[in-house]
Design a protein around this ligand. Structure first.
Ligand SMILES: NC(=O)c1ccc[n+]([C@@H]2O[C@H](COP(=O)([O-])OP(=O)(O)OC[C@H]3O[C@@H](n4cnc5c(N)ncnc54)[C@H](O)[C@@H]3O)[C@@H](O)[C@H]2O)c1
Length: 306
């Protein structure tokens, strides 16, 4: 089965490509950047998803399915650049969808986000809960979801929309707004101070990247059109996270507490029951296991100057 992975050169995309290859699928990377991770046997096209020439690639390759991960992924960038965010996340998705429909793609798996919900109204967010995005990023993901649903009604295209919680693991960006775990581990290994915004009692639902990649692949064979939370269904506060990191690295943790960031939600936990049932999937990595693999990755990277 031939599967396009848009954003296949990125953090989640590269792990998705790895597992697709291991499982005997034929992944093809569609990304504006060159992949640093895929081996040379993997076909890759360097192209922007907004580019009208994308159709030529669909025409030549005729993929069976698309895992659509390419996106503008920064919340803060979306706030100051809503047009660019909307262009990539909405118009780019429409370009992918049009080509899916034109060239007979049967299934699209879409990387959406917990950001579509905004401030949670209950302890564990369910898929049917109110959607009130607090950022243009959350809004562009929600709009892309709506386009996918409408395209699917009008054409023979099935979908699974996956709303990821806070994904962490190897290959995540440590610069700028990178995930808090990647940023903290990188700083810790360089003996730098960890900045915590607020009192550190805010919680997040951390899910390991290999579990997310496995969900992307499980969704390929799901026949139902569905929208599913992909999460660990567990709350971890930032203070608990630093305690875990201390335990696993034996490093002294230096922290600096700063004012809570505007618009930061206090608690986030996504109920993943529906995904477990629909995809026959479940998270396999505990936070400790995932952190261990991630720390090991950063340690090796630091010592080999990669
Ligand atoms: N990391 C998380 O915690 C998280 C949480 C929720 C949702 N998501 C979603 O998962 C997907 C993957 O995120 P990630 O964390 O791997 O990010 P990433 O930045 O590592 O990967 C995104 C990839 O998309 C590519 N890309 C960006 N704009 C493009 C364009 N216009 N045309 C072609 N390629 C383009 C980038 O080059 C990059 O390789 C995104 O859609 C993101 O919104 C991520």
């Amino acid at each position: 089965m031939k599967v396009f992975v848009t954003g296949g050169a990125g953090f989640i995309g590269s792990h998705t490509v790895d597992i697709l290859q291991q499982k005997g699928y034929q992944p093809i990377i569609i990304d504006k950047n060159k992949s640093k991770y895929a081996d040379s046997s993997i076909k890759a096209y360097q192209i922007d998803i907004c580019d009208q020439n994308l159709k030529e690639i669909f025409k030549v390759e005729l993929p069976d399915a698309v895992i659509h991960l390419a996106a503008q992924t920064s919340v803060s960038y979306s706030v100051s650049n809503p047009k660019i965010d909307g262009k990539i996340n909405i118009l780019g998705t429409i370009n992918v969808l049009e080509n899916c429909c034109k060239y007979g793609v049967k299934k699209i798996v879409f990387a959406s986000s917990a950001a579509v919900y905004g401030e949670p109204k209950q302890a564990a967010i369910e898929e049917g809960d109110t959607k009130s995005p607090l950022s243009f990023y959350g809004l562009s993901k929600l709009s892309a979801e709506d386009y996918i649903k409408l395209f699917s009604e009008q054409y023979d295209l099935s979908y699974t929309i996956l709303r990821y919680a806070n994904v962490y693991g190897m290959r995540q960006d440590t610069a700028g707004e990178g995930g808090v775990i990647a940023v903290f581990i990188n700083k810790l290994l360089h003996d730098e101070t960890l900045t915590i915004y607020g009192d550190g009692n805010q919680s997040r639902d951390f899910i390991f990247v290999k579990d997310v990649a496995a969900a992307n692949i499980a969704a390929l064979s799901s026949v139902e059109k569905s929208i599913l939370n992909i999460s660990s269904n567990t709350k971890t506060t930032i203070n608990e996270l630093t305690a875990h990191l201390h335990k696993l690295t034996h490093k002294t943790i230096k922290t600096s507490y700063k004012a809570k960031k505007e618009g930061d939600i206090t608690d986030s936990r996504l109920n993943n029951r529906r995904a477990i049932y629909t995809l026959n999937w479940q998270p396999h990595f505990s936070l400790e296991q995932g952190l261990n693999e991630t720390i090991h990755y950063h340690y090796v990277k630091k010592h080999s100057n990669l």
